[in-house]
Write a protein that binds this ligand. Structure first.
Ligand SMILES: Cc1cc2nc3c(=O)[nH]c(=O)nc-3n(C[C@H](O)[C@H](O)[C@H](O)COP(=O)(O)OP(=O)(O)OC[C@H]3O[C@@H](n4cnc5c(N)ncnc54)[C@H](O)[C@@H]3O)c2cc1C
Length: 374
């Protein structure tokens, strides 16, 4: 186990990038960038995650058109498994760079990262739109993403008091110099009932830290850190998303979600997700791809039987999704063996095996995933 907190610290903030220790959280960087009028692109829903941690899995935001955090990295400093301190970037050792981003810590420990920054928006207007019919929800979701007038769109289910019957569409757009965006224009032509739409205006920093605030409340109110959280996250091809989401929602029982748990769908423009180790569903002719997460929070005091039941559930759900083209986003709780990893990396497998032999010949880095056994 490596404690990355010793690697934290913001080393430099420039006009379009920052260099940070890998143990720095995105929340720390977002706050520091804001003092320069800058923002992190591709902010994950929750920002209390380390830069090294999310760059090792992908870092997927609810924003629709900016790709993932791994798409905004200029350079990395790494200690590879052979003990060497190395730098890599798109122009310096690009194979190592491509393997480390979304590389699950298999090739080296990221010690420092130079990541892109963008001008900070000032304010954000958000619309929360409820649907009873999944077809209307998905039609409006695609309309909003494809028009490109909103920056962030995501769906969620199982809010407190619900059992998956309401499809919540959340859309956000930045305020411009002339004020907040006009909802009548942004939401034009949608099938949603205008009377049911809730509107909220927030400052930009408040907007991107709202999940951190919600998690702090869950920690204080529910003892959230102590709950077993057997999450499942998969990428779904656009052509099958209704089917998989509908299938999962239809079968969920309250125990599958739990207190403080929920179900989440991020939608992305496929072309913006460029890093080769972030494994997406095979192209299906659509410009969109979706990240679907079942964020289960176990009951307080859940025993190992609960965790095992959820592992089995996740494997069954993953198997059904994979059969229609889904890929794993490698966070959460999912039994995955060597054959699964080989299939997961597909045509990249021989190159990744060779890079593993070269940079971590003794296989000392992150063996727990069993990506490269023996
Ligand atoms: C409340 C909450 C909300 C979340 N929301 C999102 C979201 O919106 N989008 C999203 O994409 N993810 C989200 N996640 C998941 C998150 O991206 C993963 O849990 C990620 O692994 C978190 O990083 P960490 O700092 O906790 O790293 P860890 O869980 O400690 O590490 C993750 C992996 O990266 C490796 N690793 C960690 N640090 C380094 C390093 N410095 N160098 C090399 N390898 C390293 C580890 O070995 C491990 O394989 C969320 C998680 C939580 C708890």
């Amino acid at each position: 186990m490596v404690d990355a907190t010793a690697l934290s610290g913001i080393r430099a903030v420039g006009p379009d990038r920052a260099t940070v220790g890998a143990g720095t959280t995105w929340l720390e960087l977002a706050r520091a960038a804001a003092t320069h009028g800058l923002a992190i692109p591709a902010a994950t829903g929750y920002l209390g995650l380390t830069v090294g941690g999310t760059l090792s899995v992908g870092g997927i935001p609810p924003a629709v058109a900016c790709g993932a955090q791994v798409d905004h990295v200029h350079a990395l400093q790494i200690v590879t498994g052979d003990g060497e301190l190395r730098r890599c970037s798109p122009s310096e050792d690009p194979d190592l760079f491509g393997a480390v981003l979304a590389g699950l810590g298999q090739f080296g420990i990221i010690t420092e990262a130079t990541v892109g920054l963008v001008p900070a928006p000032v304010a954000v207007r958000g619309w929360s739109i409820p649907y009873r019919e999944p077809a209307a929800f998905f039609a409006d979701l695609r309309t909003l993403v494809r028009r490109g007038e909103v920056t962030e769109v995501f769906g969620d289910w199982w809010r407190p008091g619900e059992a998956g019957e309401v499809h919540h569409l959340n859309a956000f757009a930045f305020a411009g110099p002339s004020g907040p965006p006009d909802g009548a224009h942004v939401l034009r032509g949608l099938t949603a009932d205008p009377a049911a739409i809730e509107v909220e205006d927030t400052g930009y920093l408040e907007h991107i830290t709202r999940i951190d605030t919600a998690v702090a409340d869950l920690r204080a109110g529910l003892g959230w850190d102590a709950l077993v959280k057997p999450w499942l996250t998969v990428w779904l091809p656009d052509s099958r998303v209704e089917e998989v989401v509908g299938d999962v929602l239809a079968d969920l029982a309250p125990v599958d979600v739990g207190v403080g748990g929920f179900v989440l769908l991020y939608t992305h423009r496929r072309a913006a997700l460029t890093r080769p180790s972030l494994r997406l569903p095979a192209p299906d002719g659509s410009d969109l791809v979706h990240l679907f997460t079942l964020m289960t929070a176990g009951p307080p005091g859940a025993d190992t039987g609960f965790a095992e039941a959820m592992r089995i559930r996740n494997r069954a759900l993953y198997g059904r999704a994979r059969d229609v083209g889904a890929t794993r986003y490698p966070i959460g709780t999912l039994p995955f063996d060597a054959a699964d990893w080989r299939a997961h990396y597909g045509e990249r497998w021989p190159e990744l095996q060779a890079l593993k032999r070269r940079y971590d010949p003794a296989g000392i880095l992150t063996p727990g995933h069993s990506v490269f056994p023996g």
